[in-house]
Design a protein around this ligand. Structure first.
Ligand SMILES: NC(=O)c1ccc[n+]([C@@H]2O[C@H](COP(=O)([O-])OP(=O)(O)OC[C@H]3O[C@@H](n4cnc5c(N)ncnc54)[C@H](O)[C@@H]3O)[C@@H](O)[C@H]2O)c1
Length: 357
């Protein structure tokens, strides 16, 4: 691992993008006494100024170039839409700023790999906000699987469940830009696969400690509006994504995500079945349950709840830890690029089309 430049005083942070998720970033960073929010950027007129007022930030810009020219910051948190991550992060890296970037890192592996390589060359801290690493129980689940308690992994079933295309709990998807860009490849989205499929892919492969070696995938975009278009947004991004994967030890897995999973607002579920037992972890907003069926319980299908679990610190905290210590944190740009390779493979595989029955 390269030696990164440590931060001597408070970490001066720039918030890039001031939409929905930026509120969570700024709120979390503002609580960290090691951080000073010094600037913010948004291309939408008035947005950065309003955000700056809300979070007590002195400087606001409508253009990242102007913020970089000003330069009085050490690190940036990139909370722009997916297609904007690459061009803006590359500029920040060229200016030698540490970057926490939202997921997915880029639109494809080629760009994500370029970003990871540029960050490594610049010797700056580079992390990606794969939020669910902080789920209470994930570390314990990983530990149980690694300990061999459920034996050798044979079968995995994982899903990321949302329903904002059915319910109005997150607002009107057909009116709000923050949902419409997520439905449009032309606006840089990789659909449900890139939006939350990447989370469940990271969650699963982190827990079991293995990456897929091959896969089959199906991506489906459903008809949702006349002409499949709303205003400037062409609704061409996938709404449902499924993959069948084989892992490094030969185990098989089904990983899927959809925005049509009624009854689930925002739920991640992972089942791992081994030669000696099974494990299930589910995260529903802030509520996590972890249970195991192992030992003598395999004969009666009894599940044991694991209640003593510890959450990892959120990526915001880990990013600042990394800047302060000078040692890069996980998940890094490189990890995100590795995941992006799997997303790319889903698009390539989907293009091969299923056998017609
Ligand atoms: N980690 C998570 O759990 C999680 C959750 C939600 C969203 N996200 C990610 O966060 C990112 C932002 O999502 P959101 O829901 O906040 O979107 P959003 O549309 O609400 O906000 C994006 C903001 O970025 C601004 N913007 C666009 N181009 C810009 C540029 N060149 N420079 C500066 N600002 C620019 C927009 O004007 C908008 O205000 C996405 O990549 C999304 O995938 C992650």
């Amino acid at each position: 691992m390269a030696l990164f430049k440590k931060s001597p005083g408070k970490v001066r942070l720039l918030v890039l993008g001031t939409g929905g998720m930026a509120q969570a970033h700024a709120t979390a960073f503002a609580k960290d006494p090691r951080v000073e929010l010094v600037g913010t950027v948004d291309v939408m007129p008035g947005r950065a100024a309003e955000f700056a007022k809300k979070f007590g930030i002195k400087k606001h810009f409508t253009d990242l170039d102007k913020a970089i020219k000003w330069g009085q910051f050490d690190a940036a948190t990139n909370v722009t839409p997916d297609s904007i991550h690459y061009p803006t992060t590359m500029k920040l890296l060229a200016a030698k700023k540490h970057v926490l970037c939202e997921k997915p890192l880029a639109e494809n592996f080629k760009l994500a790999n370029e970003m990871a390589t540029a960050a490594e060359k610049a010797k700056v801290i580079n992390m990606v906000n794969l939020t669910y690493r902080a789920v209470a129980g994930l570390q314990k689940a990983k530990q149980i699987i690694a300990s061999g308690e459920i034996g050798e992994v044979r079968h995995v079933e994982a899903s990321y469940r949302q329903s904002w295309l059915v319910g109005n709990h997150w607002g009107a998807w057909d009116k709000l830009p923050m949902w419409l860009w997520r439905l449009s490849e032309k606006h840089g989205s990789k659909g449900v696969l890139g939006d939350v499929g990447i989370h469940i892919l990271d969650f699963t492969t982190y827990a079991i400690g293995m990456m897929p070696t091959n896969l089959q995938a199906r991506l489906k975009t459903f008809h949702k509006a006349p002409g499949d278009k709303i205003g400037e947004y062409v609704l061409d991004a996938n709404d449902s994504a499924s993959m069948i994967v084989e892992f490094q030890n030969g185990a098989q897995g089904v990983i899927h995500a959809s925005r049509f999973m009624t009854g689930y607002g925002n739920t991640l579920r992972l089942n791992v079945f081994g030669t000696k037992g099974g494990l299930e972890i589910q995260n529903d907003h802030d509520l996590t349950t972890l249970r195991v069926c192992s030992g003598e319980d395999v004969h009666t299908q009894a599940w044991r709840d694991i209640v003593k679990t510890e959450a990892e610190p959120a990526n915001y905290l880990k990013f600042i830890d990394a800047i302060v210590s000078g040692k890069n944190g996980d998940p890094s740009f490189r990890r995100a690029a590795d995941l992006q390779k799997i997303l790319d493979a889903c698009f390539t595989e989907e293009a091969s089309k299923a056998v017609k029955l």
